[in-house]
Write a protein that binds this ligand. Structure first.
Ligand code: ADP
Length: 536
């Protein structure tokens, strides 16, 4: 073996930062502040100086290499500054999910041992609720005006920055050191932490810009609807900074009305959001002008075919499905139509996604044996690669790993071209008489019915079959359909033994902290007898 002659620079977010501020000095970050306020705009050059100032200010507050700094923030330009300053100074950015229950929020801050938290004043009261339980936080930095009572002593973000000069002397970081961390939203048990390295973030950012994936390039303007606390906003902020593409930050204005207004005012070309947000825009603002948008990447849960079709028809905008998880940085697969396709593109668009170059996937049976990629064999999806976590932070959970592969907890099949089709999360699988019923498939079909706005299917105990599906339906305001109608509609579309016997019509499907259907809540409501259930 001969030694390579290549230079061995560490891969770091500092490189992404310095490249963006210098090469793309005029690219912009636009932050929406509500319908009556002007859109705030700053160039990468201006943001770059402020990043230096933030790093200097944090350093003066006692933040050292390896210390954790939490952000409790909406998507905005200051959050981007934190995304850059904290890792580049060698500290660790810990994005906090602002929708966690108070006990989970206190748990993750204490578990990560955050030393400083940067909070948007508009949500300071949510942090104040847990302030007394926080054992490691020494300083709270507040952005903007608002009620900060209950937080104790705070410092103002802009005052801190104003006291510093641009030109921070960033340390050289080890590429394998932690740059950022994110906790899963913990639908069962306590949330688990994932610590991304500089190296993993660098490589993932490169993967996000690839034309095989999100093809983020300089000409784009990304509307970042997915929160910066949800798996690093799917990697788009760092990718955007790297290639010099504009970012539009909607802050708390995430309802259909303001989102439509933001799109019309800023003309983004790409966006990213979970299906429930896209469904909200479709139902409440079908008149919105989305003509500037090339595509919207959508994931976090299965994207219903009917949603993609409606976006094609109503907005002439493509919805591209992607798959990933906090543990995978998050991008693992994307459903781009391959060049081999000669038929209906929807045959591919409705798949969960094709594995990204750079990571490996496989499916395993219950006994751990590896199953073939024939599109039929169904097992748990396992993944490994340079941006996939190899452990949880200070949480020994060996059962989540298998011979160096991450067990995703997702169940599905893989075809010979590397397209994954997820049928369920392992914890949501419905096992009826020993056979699996796919809740995802049932939901997809039900959401294709014109009267149905949302549908979630969960397994509930059954004396004869152990478990059977319960269909939870939200009808459109002007939609009407009976259980018989919906059952008849399903009859032509799924196996007869999949047809639910239990149905409930509700006003809204409960959502998780990142906007997915909360099946845990639905199962609990059923168990407590809260739901009015019709049986056939
Ligand atoms: P949480 O685990 O808190 O919901 P994540 O966003 O990390 O937060 O969730 C990752 C999970 O989301 C995946 O394991 C998978 O179950 C689901 N998911 C993500 N994208 C898709 C998709 N396109 N289709 C189906 N499920 C998806």
């Amino acid at each position: 073996m001969i030694t390579s002659t290549m230079q061995a620079d560490d891969l770091s977010i500092t490189h992404i930062f310095q490249h963006g501020r210098k090469i793309h000095a005029d690219s912009e970050i636009l932050t929406y502040n509500g319908p009556d306020e002007p859109i705030h705009s700053m160039t990468f050059a201006e943001i770059g100086d402020r990043v230096d100032q933030l790093a200097a200010a944090l350093s003066k507050l006692g933040v050292n290499v390896g210390d954790r700094v939490g952000t409790f923030m909406w998507n905005n330009h200051r959050h981007m500054e934190a995304y850059l300053a904290i890792p580049c100074m060698g500290a660790v950015l810990h994005t906090l999910n602002i929708r966690l229950f108070p006990e989970q929020l206190a748990y993750v801050i204490n578990h990560a041992e955050d030393k400083v938290i940067i909070v948007d004043a508009s949500i300071a009261p949510l942090l104040a609720k847990v302030r007394e339980q926080l054992t490691t936080v020494e300083h709270i930095i507040v952005c903007g005006e608002g009620d900060t009572s209950g937080l104790g002593a705070t410092v103002d973000y802009e005052e801190l920055l104003a006291a510093e000069e641009p030109g921070y002397d960033y340390p050289i970081v080890d590429e394998r050191s932690a740059a950022a961390m994110c906790y899963t939203s913990g639908t069962t048990g306590n949330p688990k932490g994932v610590a991304y390295s500089h190296r993993s973030t660098w490589i993932h950012s490169l993967a996000v810009t690839s034309s095989q994936t999100l093809s983020v390039n300089e000409d784009e303007r990304i509307l970042l609807i997915v929160p910066q606390f949800h798996a690093n906003a799917w990697g788009m902020p760092y990718a955007a900074w790297w290639v010099g593409c504009d970012l539009v930050m909607p802050q708390q204005f995430l309802q259909a009305g303001p989102v439509a207004d933001i799109i019309e005012a800023t003309r983004p070309t790409i966006s990213g959001a979970v299906p429930t947000v896209l469904a909200d825009l479709l139902h409440n603002r079908p008149d919105a002008d989305l003509s500037s948008i090339r595509y919207i990447v959508c994931g976090g849960s299965a994207v219903p075919r009917s949603l993609m079709e409606s976006y094609d028809e109503v907005f002439d905008t493509e919805v591209v499905q992607a798959w990933g998880m906090t543990e995978t940085s998050p991008l693992g697969a994307i459903a781009r139509v391959p060049r081999t396709n000669s038929g209906d593109p929807f045959d591919y668009r409705v798949k969960t996604g094709r594995v990204l170059p750079g990571v490996e996937i496989r499916i395993c049976a219950d006994d751990g044996s590896v199953l073939p990629w024939d599109g039929d064999a169904v097992g748990e999806i396992e993944i490994r690669g340079p941006w996939i976590t190899g452990a949880y932070y200070l949480d020994p959970t060996e059962e989540k790993f298998h011979d160096g592969w991450l067990r995703t907890g997702d169940v599905g099949a893989i075809d010979k071209e590397g397209f994954i089709q997820i049928t369920d999360r392992a914890k949501d699988v419905i096992k009826s008489g020993g056979e699996w019923i796919s809740s995802v498939d049932l939901e997809n079909e039900l959401m294709g019915h014109p009267a149905v706005r949302e549908a979630a299917v969960v397994g509930v105990p059954d004396d004869r079959w152990d478990e059977r599906p319960l269909a939870c339906i939200v009808l459109n305001e002007d939609g009407s359909a009976t259980v018989d109608d919906l059952s008849a509609y399903l009859t032509d579309r799924v196996a007869k033994w999949w047809l639910p016997e239990r149905w409930t019509f509700i006003d809204e499907i409960p959502k998780t902290s990142v906007g997915k259907f909360s099946k845990k809540d639905l199962r609990a409501s059923y168990a407590s007898g809260e739901l009015e259930v019709e049986t056939i």
